[in-house]
Structures are given as structure tokens and as C-alpha cells.
Design a protein around this ligand. Structure first.
Ligand code: FES
Ligand code: FES
Length: 166
């Protein structure tokens, strides 16, 4: 039986360079979870439908289940853990908790990644822009209302911080 050839991979994850040996067909999701210990990136559908696996690749959200690990070689990946920490949570993380936008939490990592990308690009989004930004993230629990309110609240906090720095 022929063995699959493995290739060296080096990725910057949340500011730390990590290495692994990967097969050409392995997804970024599989490698993040199973070879690099980043189980905060969730696997839902595994085929691009649910957004649970979303990460930022060079600042843009991608579904890690549809991205080959080798496409991320030498690139920067940010997972939900890179957005904020328990000691220094991002305003989005604070608002998700405060507003009850997390129930089972399965969609939350991907939802936060999409919301972070939105607020980085537009700290004053309309409700429709928020809905569009999270349209690839499915939540079975919250009905989206609390998630949208949490994103609006975080946007307001971020705008206030920008204003205070002026
Ligand atoms: S697990 Fe990747 S989109 Fe569902
Ligand atoms: S909080 Fe359960 S799927 Fe969204």
C-alpha cells in the first residue's frame, strides 16, 4: 500500500508560528483541530454550509473545511481565540455573553469571526449589513435576534472607543 506523501506546513496562528506535516487533500479545519490543537475551530457540516469552522485567513473569513491546509502555508490565520481572551475579551465577545447570544455555543466561534471581519471593515453597519455578514453562519439556537443585537452593541462600543481616542 503506497503511503500518502506529506508536505511541511508553517502557519501563523493567532500570532504564533506552528508547523505540521500534511497531505495535499487535508483541510485547514482538520489540520487546525487534529494536528495543531486548535479545537476552538468547530466542525459542523464539513461542506461549507454552516460557517461553524470560519477563521480569518490573512484577515478575510474563510470556511476552514473548504480550505486546503496547504493554501494557508506561510499565511496568517486568526481563530476565535485570537480575537480576544478571557482576560481581554473583544467587545463582540463581551456583548455576545451579555446579550445571551450564545446558547449551545457551537456556532459562536464562526459567528464571532464573521462579525469581527464586518466590524473591522465597517464599525457602523446597518442591520441588513450585519445580517448579510453572518448569512453564512447558521445558528440552531438563538433565532439570530440576540446575535444581531450583540453585534450592534459591540459596534457601538468600538465606535465610542474610536471617538474617545480622537
Ligand atoms: S463545518 Fe465548515 S462550513 Fe460547516
Ligand atoms: S448558539 Fe447553538 S448553534 Fe448557535
Amino acid at each position: 500500500m503506497s503511503k500518502t506523501k506529506l508536505y511541511p506546513l508553517k502557519i501563523n496562528i493567532n500570532g504564533v508560528w506552528k508547523k505540521a506535516k500534511v497531505a495535499p487533500e487535508e483541510s485547514l479545519l482538520k489540520v487546525l483541530r487534529e494536528k495543531l490543537g486548535h479545537t476552538e475551530v468547530k466542525e459542523g457540516c464539513g461542506k461549507g454550509d454552516c460557517g461553524a469552522c470560519a477563521v480569518l485567513l490573512n484577515g478575510k473569513p474563510v470556511n476552514a473545511c473548504l480550505t486546503l491546509a496547504l493554501q494557508a502555508d506561510q499565511q496568517k490565520v486568526v481563530t476565535v481565540k485570537g480575537i480576544g481572551t478571557p482576560d481581554r475579551p473583544h467587545p463582540l465577545q463581551e456583548s455576545f455573553v451579555k446579550r445571551g447570544a450564545i446558547q449551545c455555543g457551537f456556532c459562536t466561534a464562526g459567528m464571532l469571526v464573521s462579525a469581527k471581519n464586518l466590524l473591522d471593515e465597517n464599525p457602523n453597519p446597518s442591520r441588513d449589513e450585519i445580517k448579510k455578514a453572518i448569512s453564512g453562519n447558521l445558528c440552531r439556537c438563538t433565532g439570530y435576534k440576540k446575535i444581531i443585537e450583540a453585534i450592534e452593541e459591540a459596534a457601538q462600543k468600538i465606535r465610542q472607543t474610536i471617538y474617545d481616542k480622537r
